[in-house]
Design a binder for this molecule. Structure first.
Ligand code: ADP
Ligand code: MG
Length: 237
């Protein structure tokens, strides 16, 4: 892990209309880290992810990525700078084929070599088998793999994953966790993920930030989640 800072927020505040949600979020992610954002339901974790990728306008405060402020850039520009975002509930295009969904991800990048598709299909062999099939006919886990593949096609340096394990069979959860760790180690991919699944947090995260009421209230080492009292305080399970 290098020591350079990749992502930083300072006193970030935003919400929906007049409803404030993020109440001054401060956090820093180093290049090559895997960081988990945890916290009970409704505390603002998805709001933070949407705010980082630019689906919600920045109220006040700042977001720095790779040394420059991105707080007022539109989402597609943040994506072009190297931020990939996989939303909660995945959101693949159900009537489009697997291959067409991956092509949508390509539009966020400059030019993607054909070999990039082969690389994605090697991570998710089931997608290769089903490449002509409509995405809506895939299982939840396969759709999650497709949503992740669609983001990886553009070779991001940071990937934001919002509850990737939600509603997915355990074997696919394990595969996704393993792949993220592998890409982190082999390509230096930085990962920020929101999760409630203890096993996934413990198999991926190097650090955990705990969110409550729109702010980070503590930082944990994943090993501290062996304590049921800590789990009860920090997760909705
Ligand atoms: N589109 C929206 N419009 C209005 N309020 C919203 C919207 N999305 C989320 N909220 C509210 O913002 C708060 C934080 O939600 P969210 O970030 O989704 O929480 P988490 O991901 O931690 O469960 C909640 O009170 C939720 O009801
Ligand atoms: Mg959420």
């Amino acid at each position: 892990m290098s020591n350079s800072l990749l992502l930083k927020t300072s006193e970030l505040r935003t919400g929906y209309g007049s409803k404030p949600v993020l109440q001054g979020v401060n956090f820093q992610v180093k290049q090559g880290e895997i960081l988990a954002v945890i916290g009970r339901n409704g505390v603002g974790k998805s709001t933070l992810m949407k705010s980082l990728i630019g689906l919600l306008p920045t109220g006040t405060g700042d977001i720095h990525f790779a040394g420059k402020s991105i707080a007022h850039l539109p989402s597609f520009k943040r994506a072009r700078l190297g931020i990939g975002y996989v939303p909660q509930g995945r959101d693949v295009f159900p009537r489009m084929s697997v291959e067409e969904n991956l092509k949508v991800g390509e539009s966020l990048s400059n030019k993607v070599a054909t070999s990039k598709y082969d690389e994605i299909y090697s991570y998710f062999p089931i997608l290769a088998e089903r490449r002509k099939q409509a995405a809506g006919t895939l299982s939840g886990g396969q759709q999650q793999q497709l949503a992740i593949g669609r983001v990886l096609i553009a070779s991001p340096s940071l990937i934001l994953l919002d509850e990737p394990s939600e509603g997915i069979q355990p074997s696919i959860v394990k595969d996704i966790a393993r792949l993220m760790v592998k890409l982190n180690q082999s390509q230096g991919l930085t990962v920020v993920f929101v999760e409630q699944n203890l096993e996934m947090i413990q198999s991926m995260a190097q650090r955990c930030y705990v969110m409550d009421k729109g702010q980070f209230t503590e930082e944990l080492d994943p090993s501290e989640l062996h304590d049921p009292k800590v789990v009860k305080r920090c997760l909705s399970i």
